[in-house]
Every structure is written in C-alpha cells, then in structure tokens.
Design a protein around this ligand. Structure first.
Ligand code: FAD
Length: 429
C-alpha cells in the first residue's frame, strides 16, 4: 500500500511488488550542500545521481519517501517524444531549442536504459517497443503524421495494419496502430528505488519525511527549512511536479494536477498471456482520455486511464475502467482486479514540460503531461547540467519563464468540464 494517501488510490501493484527501499533518515539540524533538491521522484533522483557522480555535495529532501509521487505509481511505459509531434515542437521552441528539445525527447528512452545498465538497477526493463493503437477513423491521420515526422528524423516508427495490431494486442478493438521501437517498460517504483540507491552510493544524501516548508534567500545562498532542520545551498532544484505545494506558490499555479488511475489483475494464466499482448508490448491509445495497458514481469495485466479529483468520483472511475477493459479484452471478463491505485500527473497549458528559472540559483522542471518516465529522467539530467555550471543557452532543453495559468483557482471545474468534453469527443469523433 502507498502510505499517507487516500486509501482508495493506494493499493498499488508496484508497492506490493517492490524491492526494499534504501534507508533514508529524516533531515534534521543545520547543513550545507552545493545543490539542494526538493522532491525525490525521477526528476530529483536523476539530477542527484548525475550530480553525485560528478562530485557535487547534493542533498535531496523528499516529503514522503523516494518514488512516493507519480514516479512510483505510473504505468512504467517508456514513451519517447513529447505529447506534440516534432514539427510542432520545433515551431514552438524555434529552430535551435526546438531541435534540441526534439533530440532530448528522442534520446530519453535510451538515457533511461543506459542509466539502468550503468547503475545495475533491477527494474524489469524491456524494450519491445511502444504501440499506439488507433481507436477510431478520425484519429488515424494524426498517428500517420506522427510516424511520418519521426521517420523523417530517422526514428524507428511504423504503422501496423488492423490485423497486425490485433495480433500484437490480442484484441480487435482498434482499427490499426503505430509502433515506436524505441519504447519499452519497467517497474517504476523499482526504477525510483534503484536511482535513489545509486545516488546514495555515489555520495548523495537523500532524506525522507522531510518536506521543505519554505525557501528563503540568504545573500547568494538559499536556505531550505523543514520542520527539523535548515539546509543552505547555492543551487536549488525544484522537482515536485504534480505534487507541487506552497513551497513554490507561483510554480504551483503553472500546472494543473490531474489524477490518473490504474487497475491490475493477479498473474494471468499462460493461455491468456499468450493471447493478450503476446510479445510483451506496452500500449497507450489514441483517445484524448487515453487508455494505457501492459503486463508486469509476473504476468499481471495493468490498465490505466483518467481519474477524478474527488474520492467519491474515484469509485465510479475505477468501475468505468474495469468495464472498458472488459470491452476491449472480453477474455478478462472473469479476471479479478486485485489492485487499484492512482496519482497526480502535472499538465501544463501548452502541453510542454517547463524548465523554469526562479531567479539566481533556483531552477525547476515540471509538467510532463503524463509522459515523465523518459522525460523526467532527461530533464533531471538537464537540471544537473545546469547546477554543474552549464549555461542556459547550452542546455538540452529551453529555459522558460514561470507562466502562471490565468484563473488557476478555477482549475477543478475547468478540468472536470474538459474531461467530460474529451470523453464525448472520444466517443463521437
Ligand atoms: C497513474 C500514473 C500513470 C502514469 N503513467 C506514465 C507512463 O506510463 N509513462 C510515462 O512516461 N509517464 C507516466 N506518468 C507520469 C510520470 O509518472 C511523471 O511524469 C513522473 O513520474 C514525474 O516525476 P517527478 O520526479 O517530476 O515527480 P513525482 O514523481 O511526482 O515526484 C515529486 C515528489 O515531490 C515531493 N514533494 C512535493 N512537495 C515537496 C516539498 N515541499 N518538500 C519535499 N518534497 C516534496 C513529493 O512527495 C513527490 O515524491 C504517470 C503518472 C501517473 C500518476
């Protein structure tokens, strides 16, 4: 079970099957660091690992435990690229940084795989490719265009026919698909635990149950206060994504946390495993409110989708997720879904992750829009490069200004309306 969260979203298959996490003490007393990191998910832990390897004195302060946030709860799908296609990314960020953002996102899956290999992280990595199944005719042109744009840049993507899709997915619910051979999957909590352990081995300090309450300026340094101590550092990295709290009220207003939920069965029979996703692919489909699914290493089937804010609404969302799973896979009509859990992804108004400067010595990376396994790993490295002295103009991702979303206080009704509208469009268009 995930500790210290709503019971209705805490029965996670990853918590039930994870390795022993490293022992992380509560931060206490007065300390100094070269770099202080707020948040111990993929972003913060990857940054800590790179910095510790290069000899920096780095301290991570995590409110709960490493991987407690989205990083330890997600679908574990390693999907290269950003939400938008490469042409749109280049148009949005301009010729220099657009190209660099595309390259960073394109190589992010390899970065994950290399980190896992170099640091002996046991997290069930496999890379048979990521499939994007197409749910209806009007979504097809967009997927074809995605393939065209990536192929133009030399990436291994291609379209699959309806029959090929049915063979690889074990369902005829989709009219076709694309496959991106760079993609893969892993056990996300074990990846987070492995990153934390590797960072500690290289000299990083990681503290659990150490929420940063506020950050203040002290000359050219910053002081991070927790309930039991203070940390002085020249550089601060804010890596709190969908769990951003009042530690940076301005950053909090740049993102909208949206809950994503998942369900998982017990290990399925050999027969069902030969029928459903027989080659071990992971899939996330072309719906606006996308469905994402895969097996874990032990043959449990996982399905994910969009959740709800309120606890009351969650029961309905979990029931809807089970129902659509059984529509797509009637083979699972008798299967019991033992696990059900969820967590917050951070959406941004422009659908791009934001690497943002907060003034001298403070940088944040948030807003992966549900695609953070690869991208949070990539931006954690970019943050580490910046904290090690790389100039902003030479980073692998553009630094933007903090852009609070207007009328952010209306985000809950706005999200509810957007979800309802997207649901209708998924059904009718
Ligand atoms: C259910 C679900 C499914 C998903 N599936 C996928 C997927 O299949 N593929 C994919 O690419 N992406 C997926 N994502 C998105 C991905 O998990 C995230 O983008 C990624 O994990 C973000 O990592 P992070 O380190 O930036 O943030 P997080 O992992 O959310 O970590 C932020 C941390 O900051 C800590 N924190 C917050 N405030 C403070 C404070 N004041 N002091 C100290 N610590 C603080 C929190 O406790 C938390 O641990 C999914 C997300 C969810 C929730």
């Amino acid at each position: 079970m995930i500790k210290n969260d709503l019971p209705s979203i805490s029965n996670s298959v990853w918590s039930a099957t994870s390795k022993e996490p490293p022992v992380c003490s509560v931060f206490a007393g007065q300390h100094e660091a070269d770099v202080a990191i707020i948040g111990g998910g993929f972003t913060g832990l990857t940054a800590a690992l790179h910095l510790a390897k290069s000899g920096s004195n780095v301290v991570v302060l995590e409110a709960e435990t490493p991987g407690w946030g989205a990083s330890g709860r997600n679908g574990g799908q390693i999907n290269p690229g950003l939400k938008d296609d490469p042409d749109a990314v280049e148009a949005f960020f301009g010729p220099v940084f657009g190209k660099r953002a595309v390259e960073t996102s394109a190589s992010a899956a390899d970065l994950v795989a290399n980190l896992i290999r170099e640091n002996d992280i046991e997290c069930g990595l496999s890379r048979p490719g990521w499939i994007q199944p197409i749910h209806n005719v009007s979504a097809k042109a967009g997927v074809e265009e995605r393939v065209r744009q990536w192929v133009k840049r030399g990436a291994p993507l291609h379209m699959l026919s309806r029959a090929e899709t049915a063979d690889l997915l074990g369902t005829d619910a989709y009219i076709g698909s694309m496959i991106d051979e760079r993609g893969g999957q892993l056990h996300p909590l074990n990846y987070a635990i492995g990153l934390a352990s590797a960072a500690i081995r290289h000299g990083a300090s990681i503290h659990a149950q150490s929420r940063v309450l506020n950050v203040e300026k002290d000359g050219r340094r910053h002081v991070l206060h927790t309930s039991e101590g203070s940390l002085h550092a020249r550089r601060v990295l804010i890596c709190t994504n969908g769990y951003t709290d009042q530690v940076s009220a301005r950053l909090k207003r740049t993102i909208v946390p949206i809950r994503s939920i998942q369900i998982a069965t017990d290990p399925l029979s050999e027969g069902l495993r030969r029928e459903i996703l027989p080659k071990g692919h992971s899939a996330s489909d072309s719906r606006r409110l996308l469905l994402y699914f895969r097996f874990d290493e032990d043959g449990r089937f996982l399905m994910g989708g969009r959740g709800d804010y309120s606890e009351k609404g969650l029961a309905r969302q979990f029931a809807a997720l089970k129902s659509i799973t059984r529509q797509i896979y009637p083979q699972l009509s008798e299967a019991e879904f033992r696990y059900h859990w969820g967590g917050f992804v951070a959406m941004t108004a422009d659908h791009y992750p934001h690497l943002a400067s907060h003034g001298e010595g403070v940088m944040s990376a948030v807003g992966y829009n549900g695609r953070g396994v690869a991208m949070a790993t990539a931006l954690g490295k970019v943050l580490a490069d910046w904290a090690s002295g790389t100039k902003e103009r030479d980073l692998g991702f553009p630094v933007s200004k903090l852009k609070p979303i207007p009328f952010h206080f209306l985000r809950k009704p706005a999200v509810a309306a957007t979800i309802a509208w997207s649901h209708l469009r998924d059904r009718w268009s």
